[in-house]
Write a protein that binds this ligand. Structure first.
Ligand SMILES: O=C(O)[C@@H](O)[C@H](O)[C@H](O)CO
Ligand SMILES: [Mg+2]
Length: 413
């Protein structure tokens, strides 16, 4: 079964997505997600200009060989653009293999290890009453674990808080803004003050625990903004509130930073959404500096690479917590869910629900019931792309915000 056609679909149903479509000589179609939020066209070009022609005539069944051919064959290693492109090819080939087998992908990865994947949603509010409304909305939607982000007194819009949230409305936070200044798309800029944040966050968790009790698993994302000593301080100050995890507390490039955090706090640590290979985790995993692996299948080389990474983590008792915001397309989300079902060391799955527009373009078969996600029983990944619907949503540049300290210094966002 040879690869006969490769095409890239860029669509923007509310936000931008890049999808790879591979067709075989038997007429089987596979889909892969190649979306890198704010840098979408770089991956689209990588695939169209440098990968598509290499794939024509290759044996579609040889997934590992194709992975190594694209990874080692490029000579230039790793990086989010390269690894998202490889991920898209890998996902599409797994989709094809599972469709040919007539099985949902999780069956090829070892079958079901659980009835469904525990999901966490994002609650946020600019203040405590708005946050409580958002938590209640999530509980009504059936979420059994919730991420908590709030505004910080004295600061304006900050990471993780949906700014124009209507009471009772669904959480719909898309940080990549379509901001146009003098005809040019530009990132919006936000202001940041870590000391104000460190003072405020423990008071938020205290209020949430007082209102919602000790049972509900709570998570928090620090979005790479702290130094190791600040992160250690936050981890310690959050210990009374029993977090499920503290995510991305220090900058992603610096694996050693988490050694200091680990020495000071028992708050569980998660990191990895900006990582793109197993090598980003070598110190973190072998020295047991983290509790959860946050990588996205889309940004880390696909199902093949993610499965190896999580098997490596399993040896050290570290669990999965795969990335699943709305900038992972439904195709990438489905890939994560099939892995979630099959692996033994599953921890939790992030699940921000896609908009109705997005779900018109990507027809999904995964379900969310009683707080658990299930990929469904359709053969393959279980996602179809409606290309006519996709064509009606034109690509619109959008960028993630840039953060600045009060004196104007650029800071991690
Ligand atoms: O944990 C998360 O889902 C976030 O950090 C998002 O990846 C980020 O806002 C970029 O979209
Ligand atoms: Mg995050």
């Amino acid at each position: 079964m040879l690869i006969t056609d490769v095409s890239v679909v860029v669509t923007s149903p509310g936000r931008n997505f890049v999808t790879l479509k591979i067709t075989t000589s038997d007429g089987v179609v596979g889909l892969g997600d190649a979306t890198v939020n704010g840098r979408e066209l770089a991956v689209a070009s990588y695939l169209t200009d440098h990968v598509a022609a290499l794939l024509i005539g290759r044996e579609a069944n040889n997934i590992e060989d194709t992975w190594q051919y694209l990874y080692r064959g490029a000579y230039w290693r790793r990086g989010p653009i390269t690894m998202a492109a490889i991920a898209a090819v890998d996902m599409a080939l797994w989709d094809i293999k599972a469709k040919v087998a007539g099985l949902p992908l999780y069956q090829l990865l070892g079958g079901a290890s659980r009835t469904g994947a525990l999901a966490y949603g994002h609650a946020s509010g600019s203040d405590i009453p708005a946050l409580f409304d958002s938590i209640r909305n999530h509980l009504e939607l059936g979420y059994k674990a919730i991420r908590i982000q709030t505004g910080v007194p004295g600061l304006g819009q900050v990471y993780g808080v949906a700014s124009d949230q209507k009471p009772g409305a669904r959480y719909d936070y898309e940080p990549a803004k379509r901001n146009v200044v003098d005809g040019r798309p530009l990132p919006v800029e936000e202001a940041w003050d870590t000391r104000a944040y460190l003072r405020h966050v423990p008071t938020v968790f205290e209020a949430v625990r007082n209102e919602f009790g000790p049972e509900l698993p709570l998570l928090h994302d620090g979005h790479h903004r702290m130094t190791p000593i600040q992160a250690a301080k936050l981890g310690k100050s959050l210990e009374p509130y029993d977090l499920f995890w503290l995510e991305d507390c220090t900058p992603g490039e610096d694996q050693d930073a988490l050694r200091l955090v680990r020495q000071h706090t028992t708050t569980p640590i998660a990191i990895g959404e900006v990582f793109n290979s197993v090598f980003d985790y070598q110190t973190l995993i072998t020295e047991r500096l983290i509790d959860y692996v946050r990588s996205a299948v889309t940004h880390t080389g696909g199902v093949t690479a993610m499965k190896k990474l999580l098997d490596f983590a399993a040896v050290y008792g570290i669990k999965s917590g795969m990335h699943g915001p709305t900038d992972i397309s439904p195709v990438g989300m489905a890939a994560a869910l099939h892995i979630d079902m099959a692996i033994h060391n599953f921890g939790i799955q992030e699940y921000m629900q896609h908009s109705a527009e997005t779900l018109e373009v990507f027809r999904t078969s995964y379900t969310f019931t009683g707080g658990l996600l299930h990929p469904g029983e359709n053969p393959g990944l279980g996602v179809d792309l409606d290309e006519d619907a996709a064509a009606t949503f034109e690509y619109t540049p959008a960028y993630l915000p840039v953060n600045r300290l009060q004196d104007g210094t650029v800071h991690d966002w």
